[in-house]
Ligand binder design. Structure first.
Ligand SMILES: [Zn+2]
Length: 286
């Protein structure tokens, strides 16, 4: 396995078939077995205590709060939250043949290839297994249909949660983002309060205001303009629709419309994931 990993690390054109077999064997050794019948209907199976941990993917457009929900759930379930953006950042900070290659790619302004991302992810999963981790929640991957196909050969995905928010709310949220130029804190000045109409539920999301001392130092990111945000969302949908379709036809896609901010959305999300018992146990223990 070490030799194969060396091969993977040293070779930019990673043979994903080999990587797939390799991870499958890692998975088999660690008891990551997957009952194929479980997630066919795109609903989270009710899990027995002590059963193998979840292998989930979180999808959602920029600004939807995907990272927040994925990280909360990973803490609740005791599984790692693996964000591919973090993997790339960590590798850039490391010293390895791959980090050199990656630095060149990023400096030239090129996109990091599917092969490199899969390589980083395979390494992360392997390291996790070695540390005794079980299960994962992936965030930011797969981003394209091709990545979804590659991932399919690497490990078994049980459920894909697609977090969605009305486009007008999303736009308002993105345009309301502010950063404190002094402490770097992230805030949001958008105050969303849309009344329900024509059977469509209303939605309210309070702003996330900064403390007094940050108030006068707030800045807006240069790329948070209406045109840029709309273009970012359009691009996201163009790439993600085939990914959603890939999982939909496999019966693994769970669509979740966020009903508001975290206080409204979190309990409903847990219910949709069949984790409401889990949450009660957690709060009883806390
Ligand atoms: Zn501040």
């Amino acid at each position: 396995m070490t030799a194969l990993r060396g091969l993977l690390r040293g070779n930019a054109a990673v043979n994903t078939r080999t990587a797939g077999r390799w991870i499958s064997s890692v998975a088999a050794e660690s008891g990551f077995s997957f009952p194929a019948s479980q997630a066919r209907k795109g609903v989270a199976p009710r899990r027995d205590p002590g059963s193998r941990n979840v292998q989930w993917v979180f999808l959602g457009c920029p600004g939807v709060g995907k990272g927040t929900y994925a990280s909360r759930l990973s803490r609740l379930l005791g599984v790692p939250h693996i964000a591919t953006g973090d993997l790339v950042r960590d590798e850039l900070a490391a010293t390895s043949p791959l980090s050199k290659q990656l630095t060149e790619i990023v400096n030239r302004g090129h996109l990091v290839s599917d092969e490199i991302i899969i390589d980083l992810l395979s390494k992360r999963l392997e390291d996790g297994v070695a540390k005794g981790e079980s299960g994962f929640i992936l965030d930011g991957f797969p981003r394209t249909r091709r990545q979804a196909e590659i991932l399919d050969g690497v490990t078994e995905i049980e459920l894909v949660v697609n977090l969605k928010l009305r486009e007008d709310v999303l736009l308002a949220k993105c345009l309301g983002r502010r950063i404190c130029s002094q402490c770097g804190g992230n805030f949001n000045v958008a105050s969303i309060d849309i009344k329900g109409e024509n059977g469509r539920p209303g939605i309210a999301m309070p702003p996330l205001l900064p403390p007094e001392h940050c108030m006068s130092k707030l800045i807006t990111r240069a790329d948070d303009t209406e045109d840029v945000v709309k273009e970012r969302l359009r691009l996201y949908h163009e790439l993600s629709q085939p990914v959603e379709e890939f999982y939909r036809i496999r019966g693994k896609l769970l669509e979740f419309d966020l009903p508001g901010g975290i206080p409204e959305s979190w309990p409903k999300l847990l219910r949709a994931l069949n984790l409401d018992d889990h949450n009660e146990k957690q709060s009883a223990a806390a």
